[in-house]
Design a protein around this ligand. Sequence first.
Ligand code: ARG
Length: 587
Amino acid sequence: METIINKLSNVLGEAFKSCGYDAKYGKVTVSNRPDLCQFQCNGAMIGAKQFQKAPFVVANEVVNSLNKEIFEKVEVVNPGFINITLKDEFIVSFIKEMANDKDLGLIKIANGENVVIDYGGPNVAKPLHVGHLRSAIIGEAVKRLTSALGYNAIGDIHLGDWGLQMGLIITEYAESHPDCVYFNDKYTGEYPKLEITLDELNEIYPKASARSKVDEEYMARAQKATFDLQKGKPGYTAFWKEILKISVGDLKKSYEKLNVNFEYWYGESDSEKYIPDMLDKFIKDGFAYESEGALVIDVEKPEDKAPMPPVIVRKSNGSQIYATTDLATIVQRVQDFNPKMMLYFTDNRQGLHFEQVFRAARKTKIVSDDVVLEWNGFGTMNGKDGKPYKTRDGGVMKLQDLIDTVCSAALEKMQEAKTGLELSEEEKKETALKVGIAALKFGDLINFRAKDYIFDLDKFMSFEGKTGPYLLYTMVRLKSILRKAEEKDFKIGGIGLPKTDVERDLMLKLLTINESFVQAFNDKAPSVICESAYQIAALANRFYYENKILSEEDEVRRGNLLALSEYVLKVLKLHMDVLAIDVPERM
Ligand code: ARG
């Protein structure tokens, strides 16, 4: 299979070539004037300088030499556009080929090369809050998109489990539990299980963090504890392992609700074993040097317009920091996965950090030049006041509370709209969970990743417009048509010639899913997948309204309509699978 754009570009390219021009000018795009044509080629204008002829003349030569077999109409319009309309027979044969393809016509752009996707990035012992939503769901969508396009995508959560926050937790807990064996240096026995509830655990960090900001001596103790933990002090290590266990158990639950799954639950701490050799090599190769007691690497470039501070890889007190673990993690990933790309998803504020880390990685050659290192920032979820989303009393909202809010709103909405009446109470709750998560995720993902957006529950929950519930509703309806057809023993035929404009428009939209998926991947933009899903769903709804599928008397025509419905549903499902949004059977 090839994409429709490639197919058409080849046909046009041949025509350019036969007129003595480079075939590359035959590049075809989807029309930006769908009222005039379906596709267009602007090559005659793009190459005007080289051709030394009026674009209009070139376009006419090309069109005259074109094999018109698959075209309904090919027209040259001033100043040299080539407007293209396909024959319905060709559209249908192409769509049929896609519908019969095991990947629904989605063409792979890779051969199973490894791509590491670093997303999620929560910090141990700090509850997930709304700020963690975006990294998780954007990263998961990009990961699934990456695999759908033929790479072997490897998701790594990269837990924050090694920095000062761990030292703060140790210091705080040790102070309130001085008799605890973890903190007794003379203790040599086996360490017991840590008896602490999640709620207790979640209270420790905020308290410690606040105190460290006003109490220097306390801060110094926390830094010392961080250092000792990193050096492997047995009691601290045992305590830390217990905290990690409790925290990860809780994280898994929240991520599961969002359909977010990681292949690896590595943390910053897993990079520890690569650090000593890495730092030695940095020093030996002359990249790292001591500055005010710290070990640093210069990463400035002459062309820099903004200040580019050196990367600190070891603090003056001997501790490693964020950049150190990120560099060592690159070493680990190269060793374990030999990836073609490493993609990172964090909020927009970490841009400088990653720029520094990537420059240091290139300079020290811990990764070869052909491996892509790419940081993708995302914006903030704001409240209606345009400021980062808060709870009613002004606190940071826990992710779990946000999920609960959205799901109860979904249940209310379903009751209001009187949908899902045939469902049992239990099924209704399950469905509301799916609708709520869909509303939340789609409402987020439809916004271009890098931009801030406003969390507007009413808008996200609406059954109309670019929303999760609208998509689910459309798909549930298609499912219901296909279910009823099966009950009535109606045969699903093959896709047939379009008899209405909406059918043709729907087919044309389906023809270009490859372009949407590849663009979404290039820009690491799940919003492109959302937009494509919405466009298809909107046409599918019109298609459903304008054609009485189940009451169609003509058996052949009915079979055609059912076949198109079936393919549309599968393609929508493909989109939702990438977005990691579950679709209920009924709602
Ligand atoms: N734990 C970090 C934070 O909360 C995010 C980690 C992102 N990934 C990375 N490789 N640095 O800011």
